[in-house]
Design a protein around this ligand. Structure first.
Ligand SMILES: Cc1cc2nc3c(=O)[nH]c(=O)nc-3n(C[C@H](O)[C@H](O)[C@H](O)COP(=O)(O)O)c2cc1C
Length: 136
């Protein structure tokens, strides 16, 4: 199974999770500034919410790469809400991309909240999640 990991980050939380996942499945985690070079069966896409919205760069990346994404796996570090699956699945539906029902979400540090998150346990959970998706 061909897999790739991309992330969008403002403060580094989502990058940490993406890098843990990428290490677990033997690929490199890259920013969404880098388009997919080839079609993949699974794309792990790290993103979060800022002022209640998914960033427009994330939407643009998914839209521009839609023909190369077999299935998207949503990865989120939102601090207040319990993931960004709803927003991402809506976008995938509009674009005709399949999205796995499983989402990885852990709280990310935000101001005085969730100090140190993602922490070691979050990163271990992220690795196990990615392996489960790719290896089963
Ligand atoms: C400007 C800004 C706005 C945010 N707005 C929200 C929000 O509306 N809901 C929420 O759950 N988290 C919100 N957060 C928290 C981030 O989603 C959270 O800290 C996340 O882990 C940031 O990921 P990053 O470090 O990869 O950018 C906001 C963070 C920032 C910096």
């Amino acid at each position: 199974m061909k897999a790739a990991v991309r992330y969008y980050t403002k403060g580094g939380n989502t990058r940490k999770v993406a890098e843990a996942m990428a290490e677990a499945i033997g690929v490199e985690a890259r920013s969404i500034d880098i388009p997919l070079e080839e079609a993949v069966d699974v794309l792990f896409l790290g993103n979060s919410v800022y002022a209640a919205n998914m960033d427009k760069e994330v939407k643009e990346f998914v839209t521009a790469n839609k023909d190369k994404i077999g299935k998207l796996v949503n990865v989120s570090t939102a601090a207040l809400i319990e993931g960004t699956y709803g927003r991402m699945s809506k976008l995938c539906k509009e674009l005709g991309i399949g999205i796995d029902e499983r989402e990885f979400h852990c709280k990310g540090e935000f101001k005085f909240m969730h100090k140190g998150r993602p922490d070691e346990q979050d990163l271990a959970d992220a690795k196990a999640f990615a392996k489960e998706i790719v290896v089963g």
